[in-house]
Write a protein that binds this ligand. Structure first.
Ligand code: NAD
Length: 330
């Protein structure tokens, strides 16, 4: 089967080429995002493979269908960037990789928390300049802190399990709580916001969750809260978060995702002028850590993503359903 990849990076080629030795598909890679500007590049491929920032809206799906595309394969878990209804109407099947390594994202979340609260990013730079003083590096214990998790799916659960190992009290809000999951105490959102020392977002981006972190929810949080978003950028109203940082209401902010990230993330812009003043303002705070959507980015996760994606495409191409039904969205 011919598959056209969008937003392809060297590491995508490395892991997919390796996994494809088992499947023998004809894979072509494009670095550019999929969107209305480039969809015409699809020429004879029956499948496209896309990532988090590709824009797969109704217009794009219409052109894909006209050009004979039968499968949209998301090589990620989130699918807020795909118009599933338009795909259904166009008769295009959509698959994703729902669970490649929840631990990869959960562990990165903890890396962000520990970096911020123990200031290891500052210590790293300081020691390299032979400054061995501790002034300004006072940290905070995680032991006995209350950690609030918004969304207890696969990643939220993995994160909860690790935080209990630190001796934290772990509370959670989820409109669909899992009664079997007794690692956390489920609370209403208001109570979670009021009680948490650290809040971590692990819910999907939907109409209900867009800007779930806003002026009101921020002011319901404890002063001195640590807020971490490794889920989707638009869960957070960035302008409101900047105000809360300026008021010292948020002590630490860690973001692996950003609402306007498609202009920035996954690109080397070190020689460019950044036009996005909001991200520049965020990066200017000494208590903000930004990583560029790398929470998923481990050897184990990339191997799993490539294998599951090619497995699903192969099954669909043969007229079968992928073995793991959870991968199909449409
Ligand atoms: P999941 O589907 O297993 O779990 C999502 C959970 O969120 C579910 O329990 C659901 O009930 C809950 N939820 C839904 N609406 C909610 C709301 N309004 N408030 C609170 N909770 C709500 O998903 P997952 O695999 O745990 O992934 C979570 C998110 O992480 C994904 O949607 C994706 O956006 C993000 N993600 C980020 C990276 C990264 O590299 N940064 C990688 C993978 C996934």
């Amino acid at each position: 089967m011919r598959i056209l990849f969008f937003s392809a990076k060297p590491y995508d080629k490395q892991f997919f080429n390796k996994a494809n030795e088992e499947y023998g598909h004809q894979i072509e890679y494009l670095e550019t995002h999929l969107g209305p500007h480039i969809v015409q590049a699809v020429d004879g491929q029956e499948a496209v493979c896309v990532f988090v920032n590709d824009k797969v809206n109704a217009g794009v799906i219409g052109v894909l269908a006209d050009r004979g595309v039968k499968i949209i394969a998301l090589r990620c878990a989130g699918f807020n960037n795909v118009d599933l209804e338009a795909a259904r109407k166009a008769g295009i099947r959509v698959c994703r990789v729902p669970e490649y390594s929840p631990e990869a994202v959960a562990e990165h979340t903890i890396a962000m928390i520990l970096t911020l609260v123990r200031k290891t990013h500052k210590a790293y730079n300081r020691v390299r300049e032979q400054n061995f003083s501790l002034n300004g590096l006072i940290g905070m214990n995680l032991h006995q802190k209350t950690v609030g998790i918004i969304g207890t799916g696969k990643i939220g659960k993995a994160f909860a399990r690790i935080m209990t190992g630190f001796g934290c009290r772990v509370i959670a809000y989820d409109p669909y709580p899992d009664p079997q999951f007794d690692t956390v105490t489920y609370l209403p959102l208001d109570a979670l916001l009021a009680e948490s020392d650290i809040i971590s977002l692990h819910c999907p981006l939907t109409d209900d969750t867009r800007h779930i972190i806003n002026k009101q929810t921020l002011s319901a949080m404890k002063k001195g809260v640590t807020l971490i978003n490794t889920s989707r950028g638009a869960l957070v109203n960035t302008a409101d978060v900047i105000q809360a940082l300026k008021r010292h209401h948020i002590a630490f902010l860690g973001i692996d995702v950003y609402e306007q990230e498609e202009q920035l993330f996954f690109k080397d812009l070190s020689e460019s002028i950044i036009e996005d003043d909001t991200i520049q303002r965020l990066m200017s705070f000494p208590n903000v850590l930004v990583t560029a959507h790398q929470a998923f980015f481990t050897q184990e996760a990339l191997h799993e993503i490539a294998t599951v994606t090619l497995d699903s495409v192969t099954a669909l191409n043969a007229g079968n359903e992928p073995e793991n039904r959870g991968v199909m969205l449409v």
